[in-house]
Design a protein around this ligand. Sequence first.
Ligand code: DLL
Length: 425
Amino acid sequence: MSRDEMHALQSEKLVKIVAHAYNNSPFYKKRFDEHGVRPEDIRSIDDIVKLPFTVKKDLRDNYPFGMMCVPMTQILRLHASSGTTGKPIVVGYVQKDLDNWSEAVARCLTAYGLGNDDMVQIAYGYGLFTGGLGAHDGVTKIGATVIPTSSGNTQKQLQLMQDFGATALACTPSYALYMAEEIRKQGLDINNFKLKVGIFGAEPWTNAMRKELEEKLHIKAFDIYGLTEISGPGVGGECECQNGTHLWEDLYYPEIIDPVTLQPVEPGQKGELVFTTLDKWGMPMIRYRTRDLTYLNYDKCDCGRTAVRMGKILGRSDDMMIIRGVNVFPSQIESILLEFPEYEPYFLIEVDRINNTDTFDIQVEVKPEFYTDQVNELVRLRQRLTSRIQSVVGIQPAIKIVQPGTIERSTGKAKRAIDHRKFVE
Ligand code: DLL
């Protein structure tokens, strides 16, 4: 679709969804009224900037069903996300929402080169988390075979993957890494697996991590992006060019704003990603602030797709840690560890405040072949990592090298940072 056609389609859909939200949701009616905007003011997608934002707290405050825009009799599925504090947020889908969601996932899978002769092992958790069932419906839509293993039970996962000849694996990149490690530990031969594609998302990951997974699992590893509030996995996915994640912008309209001024940034600039669901009726989201930091690229992709591309998620405006005044993202630490052949990409950052000074501790694991009793060697290794982190991040961490296998492996989203500081206002 040309950009002009996309603009026309988005405009037509925005007008309808804004009217639906205003007329059927006391929450949106109140919010729009307070903001002094009425559905008639929205005539094209360019008018979107007139609309107020929606944030996670709105979903929490309206727990469980206060954000629904249809009677509950029309809601066919609920999902929920636990978040970091308090009550979960709940989302509801009507049939059309489920259809659009599976369409979005199907577009991703097709872009990865998958089709009806593939077998996809889904090791995202099934349940209230959107990963399992969301990926499931997309795989069914393209006519491929689903192996619904869900997450965990790794030994059995690997056995079935091998016996059934799964050609694609869908899970978090950290779980895929754990599986690769188990394959090696159990002495399995990766050549006996038929895997060719990895469908990885639900947490930030870097190109260095991609390389590692591709080498270890003999696959091409693709990004899949999404969030519960907007539907789940498949809001966007990479194509064969692996040069940005295409967002399905006829369904989920993206904007990038400055998280401080809340104004749109110049095209291509980094900022916070905001989505408006253009065709979601059970629980539409109008200008939802994702807290994800990234940038958009509207150039036509070499694959021929015109759908806008999003850069890697650089972190979140809310889980970004400010340590001794410096912004620190866990993904920076991951990238640095992957520069070193000696280290595993597992780590745990712990931040605290002692005597009014922030501490910045990182536990890291060395690979078994580099683990040694020679204290001097470990000290040298640690020193090299400390300097590297200091030069990239800007502050010096206290590195603790732990024995191989010490850091908890994850079958879902990896927990990479703990902030013990208590900020009292
Ligand atoms: O994680 C949905 C999902 C499931 C996406 C499976 C992909 C695969 P939530 O639990 O609501 O939903 O978490 C959403 O996870 O705002 C990002 O911060 C992060 N995230 C999701 N996908 C990616 C990705 C699911 N590909 C939050 N890269 C989002 C980086 C991601 N971060």
